[in-house]
Design a protein around this ligand. Structure first.
Ligand code: SF4
Ligand code: SF4
Length: 75
């Protein structure tokens, strides 16, 4: 399936983490279906990322109407 293809061709950004701003996210779900590796899920109106499986492709980031998604420096 396409998830494994993306995992093979996408590389994580070293020393960066994908984060959800839980103060901004209101659980609209727009980002969830866009993730090619199913790293996003919805839990009580909050997007939750399975960060180790996020490939930092950034596909989901423009979909968020409140700019709650970001890849930033971190472990
Ligand atoms: S950046 Fe977004 S769409 Fe890409 S793998 Fe991570 S959670 Fe999924
Ligand atoms: S698109 Fe933004 S507001 Fe909507 S669930 Fe995703 S992170 Fe939350």
């Amino acid at each position: 399936m396409c998830g494994s293809l993306f995992e093979n061709i996408m590389a994580r950004i070293p020393n960066h983490v994908f984060v959800v701003d839980d103060g901004s996210c209101f659980g609209c779900g727009a980002c969830i279906a866009l993730c090619p590796v199913d790293a996003l899920s919805l839990d009580s109106l909050l997007a939750v990322v399975d960060e180790p499986n996020c490939v930092h492709c950034e596909h989901c980031i423009p979909a968020c109407p409140v700019f709650a998604l970001e890849i930033k420096p971190g472990d």
